[in-house]
Design a protein around this ligand. Structure first.
Ligand code: FAD
Length: 438
């Protein structure tokens, strides 16, 4: 199945990111029959970062992206860079429950490393992607505030070193100019960026290291044999010893086993017209990325040209809102009524991959093919960790990879026909819980 709907054509969406793309130059096309050690399917962060990690280790790679590099979630997201690979970093007991006492710290450390990978990559390749540090977890209820207070203590107890600041109601407005929040937690180790410019620059870095990065190369079939696999795009083929499946929520039913374990959930963003400096400073004085604590949450940040990028509104049914601007604007105005007269210049959406346990899924579907998917809306940094783990495994070091690959992921109930409606009903209930006041 190829995902096509109102929010998705084969071209990039008309988003703030496509309007500010540094490198719109197309990558190459796959023609004829080529050979590589590894063929990566998917040109988002998972696929591109895997290609880059492998190229740095001297492995020959062909990357096949069905549309353009960054066309999927990686070029559409909120750009919020937050740590954690799997459970919340403040909930160490969950790491122990899932990975066992001996391995829990290794996985917790990955939650820090995934952000460092982005920082190091941006520095190493001098990537212009508006990387900015500072993240605010905003609370609306006392219970959320208490949880954030606890989170800070737990993170510090485990050795988290980046600056964290807990703020109460009196200071919250100096971070977000809204009456909606009663405080929250600032984390200077997390931040935000322009994700489309990041992913395309990472792909260019991989290309410069010898990766054959191909756009308009949709893998239609994969045939496995003793030597590896043959991937067919219709206009070209690749012979590879190893395959990496990085199509995430856009892979459709190419690999039924993966499709059964991950559901595409819609998320949407609007971008305002550029605000005058005074208004921009009033609503986002610190220029942090902001996220609230609800199950169906709002997230927002300011662009360098002072547009507010405001995201939220999850859809679990597979049906996009008819008018994204109209659907999100009321949420924006609840947070910032002072933006009533501000024009919305862009609106777009994309799919997040969500699994049953909301943990990243990583592993092999057979002895030739790795996969990584389902970051549950927190994939900008986490995808870079998956990429590194797969690259390590491919060159023969499976010590960290095996910990993550060992986690079991159940298929969603309901089969191909009913799993989406069942999740939609579950999430409608979760949304109801969000509305219950303390
Ligand atoms: C609106 C929105 C907001 C988000 N906000 C945030 C945020 O602020 N912070 C955060 O951490 N995460 C966020 N996320 C999640 C994050 O964007 C994803 O977790 C991450 O980008 C996943 O990267 P990926 O490479 O695995 O998948 P994708 O970026 O979706 O890439 C998969 C690629 O595979 C390609 N593909 C699929 N099938 C084939 C095929 N058969 N042949 C060739 N190519 C194929 C697709 O075209 C696609 O480009 C958001 C997601 C959305 C949609």
């Amino acid at each position: 199945m190829r995902i096509r709907d109102r929010a998705h054509t084969d071209r990039m969406p008309q988003s703030y990111y496509t309007a500010t793309m540094n490198d719109p130059e197309p990558f190459s096309r796959l023609e004829g029959h080529e050979t590589a050690d590894v063929c990566v399917v998917g040109g988002g962060f998972t696929g591109v970062a895997t290609a880059l990690e492998l190229a740095k280790r001297g492995i020959s790679v062909i990357l096949l992206e069905q549309n353009q590099i960054g066309w999927g979630a990686s070029g559409r997201n909120g750009g919020q860079i937050l740590g954690g690979y799997g459970p919340e970093m403040s909930e160490y007991n969950k790491y122990i429950d899932i990975f066992g006492e001996a391995k829990a710290q290794t996985v917790w450390d990955m939650g820090i490393e995934c952000v460092e990978i982005i920082k190091d990559t941006v520095e190493e390749y001098q990537i212009e992607c508006d990387l900015t540090w500072g993240y605010f977890d905003a609370a609306m209820k006392q219970s959320e505030l208490d949880a954030l207070k606890h989170a800070k203590i737990m993170m510090e107890a485990r050795g988290y070193e980046a600056e964290q600041r807990f703020v109460g109601k009196d200071q919250a407005k100096s971070i977000v100019g809204s009456d909606r929040y009663i405080g929250g937690l600032v984390n200077m180790g997390w931040g935000h960026c322009n994700p489309l410019n990041l992913v395309r620059a990472e792909a260019r870095a991989a290309e410069n290291l010898g990766v054959h990065v191909c756009e308009d190369a949709r893998v239609q079939s994969i045939t496995y044999n003793d030597a590896g696999a043959i991937l067919d795009t219709g206009h070209g083929k690749v012979d590879a010893k190893t395959v990496v499946l990085a199509g995430n929520a856009y892979l459709g039913h190419l690999v039924p086993k993966l499709a059964a374990r991950m559901l595409p959930v819609g998320s949407y963003i609007i971008a305002t017209e550029p605000l005058d400096s005074e208004l921009a400073d009033e609503i986002m004085p610190e220029n942090y990325a902001v996220c609230d604590q609800r199950r169906v949450l709002d997230y927002f940040r300011m662009s360098p040209d002072k547009r507010l990028l405001y995201g939220g509104l999850a859809t679990y049914s597979g049906v996009h809102p008819y008018d994204i601007k109209k659907a999100i604007r009321p949420n924006l105005l609840k947070t910032f009524p002072q933006l009533e007269d501000v024009k919305i210049d862009y609106a777009w959406g994309g799919y997040i991959g969500v699994g049953m346990n909301r943990l990243p899924q990583l592993g092999m579907i057979n002895d030739k093919a790795y996969f990584a998917q389902a970051y549950a809306g927190h994939g900008v940094a986490a995808s870079h960790m998956s990429a590194r783990l797969i690259a390590e495994a491919i060159i023969g070091d499976r010590s960290r990879y095996d910990i993550i690959a060992g986690v079991k992921h159940s298929a969603f109930p309901g089969g191909r026909l009913f799993r989406q409606p069942i999740l939609a009903a579950g999430m409608a209930y979760a949304h109801l819980l969000d509305c219950v006041k303390d």
